[in-house]
Design a protein around this ligand. Structure first.
Ligand SMILES: Nc1ncnc2c1ncn2[C@@H]1O[C@H](COP(=O)(O)OP(=O)(O)OP(=O)(O)O)[C@@H](O)[C@H]1O
Ligand SMILES: [Mg+2]
Length: 289
């Protein structure tokens, strides 16, 4: 078997516009970005800089009248701008998946979480309902949801925020996708839960080998998880590099300003340190809801 191409995702001159009173608003304005197989790329930048729109554009989730153009938008050699809606549907959830900030908006409130996870297997693996359900329960167990067989029958509102985010992570990783786009997946959770859910996300990522585009405000987390950091401002990329470069030798004044706003970014030298410190607390939350 041939070795896979190093570049999984290649984005060249991505421009995403929305109509506005003053003409076209360029929410993303010429972004170049690439992600290799298995790589964790963190996308940072102030609120409104275009991080989410970049993620949604890659996922093919920008609705009209929004418009997405690019010189290149290729995923494992596939032209994402050229494929059909149906083609993209087959890709999404199977080879590219997304973890959203607020699971309540991403999950269907009227269906049990077990059903929603099982559906991923039914759609993409065409297995029967019963087998899909069993796989769903197994996966819920893997993402640290206790009494998974029972909880699979719960509706999203019956679970805590942390549990719902675990369900989202289960759905996203179900098919072991090549690429996960995680858009501030923990900001809706309290600080202790944030660490636990992050730990979960990256322990599963280590098992599946999925590449991750991780969108976040939290530069402390970036220092721990990123292979590469991309800094965005006003729809464009101002700087990208590895953690060493961005944190200890930022070239751009905007990056320096972002870092200055964070109290303890000069602390983490060992990227995985803080995450591994919370690994032991991993099942804590499962006990109290
Ligand atoms: N559907 C839309 N229609 C019009 N404008 C939009 C739409 N979605 C986003 N925008 C605008 O595009 C810009 C970038 O938004 P985006 O959500 O990508 O920012 P962000 O970097 O993710 O910010 P945050 O950190 O607050 O999540 C913002 O000015 C936003 O108002
Ligand atoms: Mg956003």
């Amino acid at each position: 078997m041939n070795a896979p191409e190093p570049e999984l995702l290649v984005v060249r001159n991505l421009v995403t516009t929305f109509p506005s009173d003053k003409g076209e608003f360029r929410a993303v304005d010429g972004v170049d970005l690439s992600i290799r197989h298995g790589e964790v790329v963190c996308l940072v930048g102030e609120s409104g800089s275009g991080k989410s729109v970049t993620g949604f554009s890659i996922m093919g989730l920008i609705d009209k009248p929004g418009k997405v153009t690019a010189d290149t938008l290729s995923f494992d050699g596939l032209d994402l701008l050229g494929i059909s809606e149906a083609g993209f549907d087959r890709l999404r959830g199977r080879r590219i998946a997304m973890v959203f900030q607020e699971p309540m908006t991403a999950l269907n409130p009227g269906r049990t979480v077990g059903n929603q996870i099982a559906e991923v297997f039914r759609v993409h693996e065409r297995i029967g309902a019963r087998q899909a359900w069993e796989r769903a329960v197994e996966l819920m167990d893997q993402v640290g949801i206790r009494e998974a067989a029972k909880r699979a029958n719960a509706f999203p509102h019956e679970l805590s925020g942390g549990m719902r985010q675990r369900v989202m992570i289960a759905i996203a990783f179900a098919m072991k996708p090549d690429l996960i786009i995680a858009d501030e997946p923990t900001t809706a959770l309290d600080v202790t839960l944030q660490a636990q859910v992050l730990e979960l996300l990256f322990s599963i990522q280590a098992q599946t080998g999925s590449a991750v585009l991780f969108i976040t405000h939290d530069l402390g987390v970036v220092a721990e998880i990123a292979d590469r950091v991309v800094v965005m401002r006003q729809g464009a990329i101002v700087e990208q590099g590895d953690v060493e470069q961005i944190f200890f030798n930022p070239a751009d004044p905007y990056t320096r300003a972002l870092l200055a706003a964070v109290p303890d970014v000069d602390a983490p030298r060992d990227p995985r340190r803080r995450l591994s410190a919370v690994a032991h607390a991993d099942t804590m939350e499962a006990g109290h809801d």
